[in-house]
Design a protein around this ligand. Structure first.
Ligand code: M6R
Length: 368
């Protein structure tokens, strides 16, 4: 049931604080240490791993891109991410010391399933992150970490994306804990911070009125660009995907550093560009993206800026400023994605689209 909302998508966006909390539940011990026994991988096996490969499609792929930053930073392991549909058509180098992580909300995406089978044939250990109990992928993998988002009915992935992020953070921090990487104190502090994320998500949801208004005012534009850096880059890709699938509009996400290598030619008078700004603590990245915002605005772009609260440096260059709570860079996608979900949902609704059932799409794609 839609619980009083017009669309399941709206209900599912609103459920995110609970979904994030449930996915953390029981996984952080009283002593602040993580336990993920359900993954069926021993500490000894985890110490043997020398590479992680992530495979997924669509929104789950974006969660995988964010996982790469978390795994490389906290766990100190090389990590590759690939869209599942491409994975087995090259010659991926895998062996028993490779940990493959398949991310799939449904556990049924055929592209991801075929990639899982291919990885297992190469003797890699395969783990999946999945939201649907008893679906195909968990049965075919060596282990599973379930996200506890609850059933997601809307075709657009929303609450399941946030819980996938929680799952990949847990895995990255757990590997760091087991392998004892140099970031011991940071890992402990991050686990504590993760536990506070449901409140931060709630805080973002309570400030979405202006985002809805903005979305309605842009219902007639032809195209929207999304820019980000570091983990803000996959967030930008996710924002663009949501807008394509729900509003049937041209939308593209770029790594902001790539602008000067081509995409800046797209900027013209009035083009809306949504920019995800890294926290000020990442000063170099932060300052670079602020100059990108200046550059595109000077060329006529209408800048819609998502930045942490209190970041006054962006104020002079933002046509619209959307503030999100201050959190560490790696965790920022948990708060920065929400305005983009709300934006595309509202814009698509303003165009009269059924956001739960966008044209040409199915909730789980069981063909290759
Ligand atoms: O069930 P899965 O996570 O394997 O699905 C993967 C994609 O099909 C899915 O994320 C799709 O991109 C969403 N509709 C995006 O909102």
């Amino acid at each position: 049931e839609k619980g009083g909302y017009d669309y399941f998508m709206l209900k599912e966006i609103a459920e995110q604080p609970r979904a994030v909390a449930d996915t953390l539940l029981g996984r952080i011990g009283r002593d602040g240490r993580l336990s993920l026994d359900e993954m069926h991988i021993t500490d000894a096996q985890l110490r043997e791993i020398d590479k992680i490969v992530i495979i997924a499609c669509g929104t789950s792929y974006h969660a995988g891109l964010i996982a790469k930053y978390a795994i490389e930073h906290w766990a100190g392991l090389p990590c590759e991410v690939e869209v599942a549909s491409e994975f087995r058509y090259r010659d991926p180098i895998l062996n028993s010391r490779t940990l493959v992580i398949a991310i799939s909300q449904s556990g049924e995406s055929m592209d991801t399933l075929m990639a899982v089978r291919h990885a297992r044939e190469q003797r890699a250990r395969v783990l999946c992150i999945c939201n649907v109990n008893g679906s195909t992928m968990p049965r075919e993998c060596d282990g599973v970490l379930y996200t506890h988002a609850g059933p997601e009915v809307g075709v657009a992935a929303t609450k399941t994306f946030l819980t996938q992020l929680v799952a990949v953070y847990l895995i990255a921090l757990y590997i760091a804990q087991v392998r004892g990487t140099k970031w011991g104190d940071e890992v402990f502090a991050m686990v504590q911070l993760l536990a506070t994320m449901p409140e931060k998500v709630e805080q973002v949801l309570s400030t979405m009125g202006p985002v809805r208004e903005l979305a309605r005012s842009l219902a007639d534009v032809k195209s929207v660009l999304f820019l980000g850096r570091h983990v803000g880059f996959p967030v930008a890709l996710e924002g663009a995907l949501k807008l394509k699938e729900l509003a049937y509009m041209h939308a593209e996400g770029f790594a902001a550093g790539e602008l000067k290598h081509g995409p800046i030619a797209l900027i013209e008078e009035g083009l809306p560009v949504i920019v995800v700004v890294p926290p000020r603590a990442r000063d170099v990245l932060h300052d670079k993206i602020v100059s990108n915002i200046q550059e595109i605005r000077a060329r006529g772009a209408r800048t819609i800026v998502i930045a942490e609260e209190g970041d006054t440096s962006v104020v002079p260059y933002s046509d619209t400023l959307i503030e999100v709570p201050a959190v560490p860079t790696l965790l920022q996608p948990l708060v920065a994605t929400i305005p983009l979900q709300v934006f595309s949902c509202e814009l698509a609704t303003a165009k009269g689209h059924d956001v739960d059932q966008p044209r040409n799409l199915a909730k789980s794609v069981t063909v290759e």
